[in-house]
Design a protein. Structure first.
Length: 439
């Protein structure tokens, strides 16, 4: 039997590196995952060992390894600045699409998906009005998108209450996030929470990771205390991914007031639409107050645009100018997507439907977990993270074999499962499969 080893870099949703072992005499592929520390040891010893002994020391050691890798990451960012192909690669590792594709590696034969709960997509859309606008715009898609782009920028600026030159469009927010990582990564370290949406990318992004508090919240005091001029940007995902926890607006505003004159703050608000009061929980007021804040938004979640690719940045023009050289500024968005985005932003009925359905499915999941003896982190997003009693990779593979896709994490001495909120049928498919596997 011959084994073929393929080493894959961990993606942003999963800090672990993956080793995919394919037995060439057998059609069944095994997908194993080991943590970074184990991987280094394994490679040194020239043999594959599996270690899932996760403890706080490992977590801290991982942070040290990340520090050692800082110069490699700085070199990578310089290459990304100079070379669009490298930038594209960085964007791929920041994109859930790519991560989703990776989740299928090792599953053979392909299963019929009963519940796609791995990328925090919106299962209820696109809305009827979005589809109508899309189809209608196909008829004028022989024309370039200048006017459609202007119409979308105008609508977003009105909705957010900022001038139009405070908006920069992107083909999804991954494009704008990548541009921000390149623009600021060239100037210093990106300081972020651990874990957060970008924290698995320390080989590519020069970063300093600050562990979350015991309540799995951003440790804003610790982040402020670490700022010493070597960091060029603070990155906050709010609500955080993977935890779903949201920072109270007054705390985040106070933090911004304290640090942003010296170190700009990027607030990734991909899930802000699921918060209790999106208008006041978001940080637009800080931008209007003249602060050095860059907000990133995606239409992939509440508006069900994951495949249509529309996102935007909000900031004062001098900040947008910093990231603009590394992104398309909306020129990669098609005319039908522009038209669909305008329709979707106006379609408040669909937005309410999504929020009502999300609340119902989330409550079902919370009740199930409580009854089954599992705790969870209360979520202000369209996913829930909970600690599991088995290895994350085992759970993920077994659920996948049942047609249920989820994501896994390892941090703070724990294996974790992140379940996106889907339709009730999807949630039932998850709870049925989970009960079978984990009880
Ligand atoms: C926190 C966060 N930021 C950004 C993105 C990227 O979204 P997109 O590129 O689809 O706009 C995601 C996607 O899951 C996310 O979770």
């Amino acid at each position: 039997m011959r084994f073929c080893f393929k080493v894959k870099q961990g993606n942003n949703d999963s800090p672990a590196l993956k080793i995919i072992v394919t037995a060439s005499t057998n059609s069944t592929a095994l997908c194993l995952s080991i943590n970074r520390l184990s991987l280094l040891k394994s490679l040194q010893k020239q043999r594959l060992t599996m270690s899932f002994n996760i403890n706080r020391r490992d977590w801290l050691k991982k942070s040290l390894i990340a520090t050692a890798g800082l110069s490699a990451a700085s070199t990578y960012i310089q290459r990304a600045q100079a070379n669009p192909t490298v930038r594209r690669e960085l964007q791929m590792s920041l994109s859930p699409d790519f991560q989703l594709e990776n989740s299928f590696v090792g599953i053979n034969p392909p299963v019929v998906m009963k519940a796609r709960l791995g990328a925090n997509e919106n299962p209820w859309g696109p809305s009827a009005k979005t589809k109508e606008a899309l189809i209608e715009a196909v008829g004028v898609s022989n024309r370039y998108g200048m006017q459609s782009r202007a119409a979308l920028v105008k609508l977003i600026a009105e909705k957010e209450g900022v001038p139009e030159n405070y908006i920069l469009l992107g083909a999804g927010s991954s494009e704008l996030l990548t541009a921000s990582m390149v623009a600021y990564g060239l100037k210093g370290k990106i300081i972020c929470g651990d874990p957060c949406y970008i924290s698995g990318n320390e080989e590519k992004i020069p970063m300093e990771k600050v562990p979350l508090t015991k309540d799995y919240q951003y440790d804003l005091d610790a982040i402020a205390g670490r700022l010493n001029g070597s960091q060029s940007l603070v990155y906050i995902t709010n609500p955080n991914n993977p935890t779903g926890a949201i920072l109270p607006a007054d705390q985040l505003t106070a933090f911004i007031n304290k640090v942003s004159d010296k170190t700009p703050v990027l607030v990734d608000e991909a899930y802000i639409d699921y918060a209790k009061n999106p208008k006041t929980d978001c940080m637009v007021a800080s931008i209007n107050a003249g602060k050095n804040v860059l907000i990133l938004r995606t239409m992939s979640k509440l508006y069900a645009f994951a495949g249509l690719r529309v996102g935007y940045a909000i900031a004062k023009p001098e900040i947008l100018k910093t990231i603009a050289p590394y992104c398309s500024g909306g020129f990669d968005i098609s005319v039908p997507s522009f038209a669909a985005a305008v329709a979707a932003l106006k379609d408040t009925d669909f937005q309410h439907l999504t929020l009502t359905n999300t609340a119902e499915s989330k409550k079902y999941l919370y009740d199930f977990l409580t009854k089954a003896g599992y705790s969870y982190i209360p979520s202000s997003a369209n996913f829930v993270l909970f600690p599991i009693k088995m290895k994350g990779q085992d759970l993920m593979s077994k659920l996948m074999a049942e047609g249920v896709m989820v994501r896994r994490w390892e941090f703070d001495r724990q294996h974790w499962c992140r379940v996106s909120i889907g339709t009730m049928d999807e949630m039932k498919a998850f709870t049925d499969a989970f009960s079978k596997i984990a009880s």
